[in-house]
Design a protein around this ligand. Structure first.
Ligand code: IMP
Length: 427
């Protein structure tokens, strides 16, 4: 029996999907524990590239269970579309399970997300407009609807009526948006309920039974540490806990069951949406890095902001998540630089700090202190062992490992699953 958590250590898009794909064959269950259709991972099913937002990437391993935990929110339209797409590729989706306690993303959540962003004007968060914030607001406000409410038409109607009594005045009076009737939503959602019914279960029971039976579980994080509602760059964050602690509350598995916490980090940094980003390269160097790394969002197609590796953020991620290992991705993108700057500390109001500043203003004012590491010119995409890497690339890894205070387990040198240098096995 083993349970591992996989988390993003930066602002998302570190390549978690590739790592999950690489290691999920070792797991009997892959469970997502937070977020909704704001995530985006590309999986390869029967030779076809598919972008999934809601279903865990473990779905491509048909003998594994893919669980959407109670900490997630589910958009029925998105998940049903993904089920159809996967089935069209010959995947049965028989291993899919959805927690009855996961909240439902309703059409008004999307409306409110868009309207709130519009109202924020230049202070907007840059959300994915998938209704994430408003749905989690309803959860915390105890006015949300859960997947289990879909199992009974009368319960669904009753709870929806109560929710609309609260939401309609907000839609109308605060944002000047059209309101919804119970019938209107039921007409759309009750057929969804019929299709989703077979997948809805008590997932905490299932996960703990699987562990008791000696099975291995991978908790697949979406988003990332710096987007965490508690530990990220608030308010420029998502509305859930993508950090390792979220895997526990978002699944109903206790902390004593977790063996490893694996952090995925890009060899440089990217961010989508607004918010502070100390090592950002807002120039042609950043532009070239974006083009070379193919840095465009899977969910929204937005160009990602790019910058150098930030070891302050990485050390913070090691601490917040209790990382046992790091999977470093996209090292090949850094080939061809004479030197590669790595941010080792910040200067805030002229004072050097090695740690994350206490307050938001400090992080916004942080000026990166760079160490210039020697670069390499070789194409490293064919390297399959650490020793095959050019000396400068090996030194880059060793220095990142030292600065991160956590060992680097694997190094990505290309997009394919085989383009990975594994330094030691994870399991
Ligand atoms: P929301 O999660 O749609 O509310 O968006 C809040 C912030 O999180 C925005 O800056 C988004 O760009 C960012 N975000 C949400 N999901 C992801 C993701 O999967 N990858 C990267 N950024 C994300």
């Amino acid at each position: 029996m083993s349970a591992s958590v996989l988390v993003g250590t930066q602002w998302g898009d570190e390549g978690k999907g590739k790592i999950t794909d690489l290691i999920s064959g070792d797991f009997d269950v892959v469970c997502r524990y937070g977020g909704g259709a704001n995530a985006g991972h590309t999986v390869v099913a029967n030779g076809h590239k598919l972008a999934l937002h809601q279903i865990p990437s473990g779905i491509v391993h048909e003998d594994a269970l893919s669980v959407i935990g109670n900490g997630c929110i589910v958009d029925p339209t998105v998940i049903l579309e993904e089920i159809d797409t996967l089935k069209a590729q010959g995947l049965s989706c028989e291993g899919l399970r959805i927690s009855g306690n996961a909240h439902i993303v309703m059409p008004y959540h999307r409306d409110l997300d868009g309207a709130h962003e519009k109202n924020l004007g230049k202070n907007l968060i840059g959300t994915t407009k998938r209704g994430i914030g408003p749905c989690y607001m309803d959860k915390m406000n105890r006015t949300g609807l859960r997947m289990q409410d879909m199992l009974d038409d009368d319960t669904f109607r009753e709870k929806l009526a109560a929710a609309l009594a609260y939401q309609n005045p907000i839609l109308e009076k605060v944002y000047g948006l059209p309101t919804y009737t119970v019938e209107q939503i039921c007409e759309e959602f009750l057929p969804y309920a019929e299709r989703l019914r077979p997948y809805i279960i008590e997932s905490s029971k299932l996960l703990n039974e699987e562990l008791a039976a000696g099975k291995n579980i991978l908790f697949e994080g979406a988003q990332a540490t710096m987007l965490d509602i508690d530990h990220g760059t608030y308010p420029f964050v998502t509305s859930s806990n993508p950090t390792a602690g979220g895997a526990l509350t978002g699944s109903g598995v206790g902390p004593t069951r977790i063996d490893r916490v694996v952090g995925v980090a890009k060899a440089y940094t990217t961010r989508v949406g607004e918010g502070p980003f100390p090592t950002e390269l807002d120039d042609e160097v950043g532009e070239a890095l974006r083009a070379k790394g193919g840095e465009f969002g899977v969910t929204t197609g937005r160009p990602r902001r790019t910058g150098w590796f930030d070891a302050v953020v990485m050390r913070y991620a090691t601490r917040i998540n209790g990382l046992t290992d790091i999977c470093l991705t996209k090292l090949d993108v850094l080939s061809g630089y004479d030197t590669i700057p790595v941010c080792v500390a910040y200067e805030v109001d002229g004072v050097r700090t090695e740690e994350m500043p206490l307050d938001q203003a400090g992080f916004e004012a942080a000026v990166p202190v760079y160490e210039e590491l020697p670069g390499w010119s070789e194409d490293i995409s064919q390297c399959r062992s650490f020793e095959e890497l050019p000396q400068a690339a090996q030194d880059y890894i060793m220095r990142l490992e030292e600065l991160s205070r956590c060992r680097i387990q694997s190094i990505g040198v290309g997009p394919g699953r085989e383009a990975t240098i594994v330094r030691y096995p994870l399991m």
